[in-house]
Write a protein that binds this ligand. Structure first.
Ligand code: AMP
Length: 211
């Protein structure tokens, strides 16, 4: 089973990917995490990537596709693609890549969220410097990770101004990907404006039909 998980910033792709990974034993590939790991490595490439991500822009297709291909090549399990494809060129490259590896997309799940919810949701998202857990705080002043006590921080691309820009990028670059998939018969929308457990239940119902 190979699942493409789509949705605007804050839609809950990361949260649902973690649940899917645990329940179905799939490999979770988050291109955002792949890029952040490259940044954390301190490489020159990582420094260039940081400049792009921190502004809320997309990393060039060629680079993103080759980074993803290296991971897919070494993965035998089913995959959750979280945050990829983000452009039509990436969607075409993914089809071509999967065909080469004798795989195919089982299902494209779009987690929908009203735009009015996005900035509020993302403004409560924090990451722990120590255990790298991503979580949603109830109190914006919360500074300590409830799991390990590490320091919480807001990703530079999660500030309200950056989120608004990322939404614009999403509209221009990523929504056309939806049209790319709509006619494939594999595209399904799930309402992301519910509790994470309810969203997951809806996703499982979708997967039950396509498995
Ligand atoms: P995410 O963690 O999925 O929200 O991604 C964080 C940032 O990483 C995005 O705003 C982009 O700058 C970059 N990024 C992640 N995935 C891609 C992709 N498929 N193509 C280009 N840039 C990406």
């Amino acid at each position: 089973m190979n699942i493409v998980l789509m949705g605007c910033p804050g839609a809950g792709k990361g949260t649902q990917s973690a649940k899917l990974q645990e329940t179905f034993g799939l490999k979770h590939i988050s291109t955002g995490d792949v890029l952040r790991a490259e940044i954390a490595s301190g490489s020159e490439l990582g420094q260039q990537i940081a400049q792009i991500i921190d502004k809320g822009n997309l990393v060039p297709d060629g680079l993103m596709i080759s980074m993803l291909e290296k991971i897919v090549r070494h993965t035998d399990q089913g995959i959750i693609f979280d945050g990829f494809p983000r452009t039509v060129a990436q969607a075409q490259a993914l089809d071509e890549m999967l065909q080469r590896f004798e795989r195919s997309i089982t299902c494209v799940i779009m987690i929908t969220l009203p735009e009015s919810e996005v900035v509020g949701r993302v403004s409560l998202r924090r990451q722990c410097r120590q255990c790298e857990e991503i979580l949603h705080v109830e109190d914006p002043g919360e500074t300590r990770c409830p799991k390990c006590g590490g320091e919480l921080y807001t990703r530079p691309d999660d500030t309200p101004a950056r989120v608004k820009h990322r939404l614009e990028v999403y509209h221009c670059e990523t929504l056309p990907v939806k049209n790319y998939y709509v006619n494939s018969g594999k595209y399904v929308e799930v309402n992301g404006n519910q509790t994470p457990d309810q969203v997951f239940k809806d996703i499982c119902n979708v997967l039950e039909k396509v498995k």
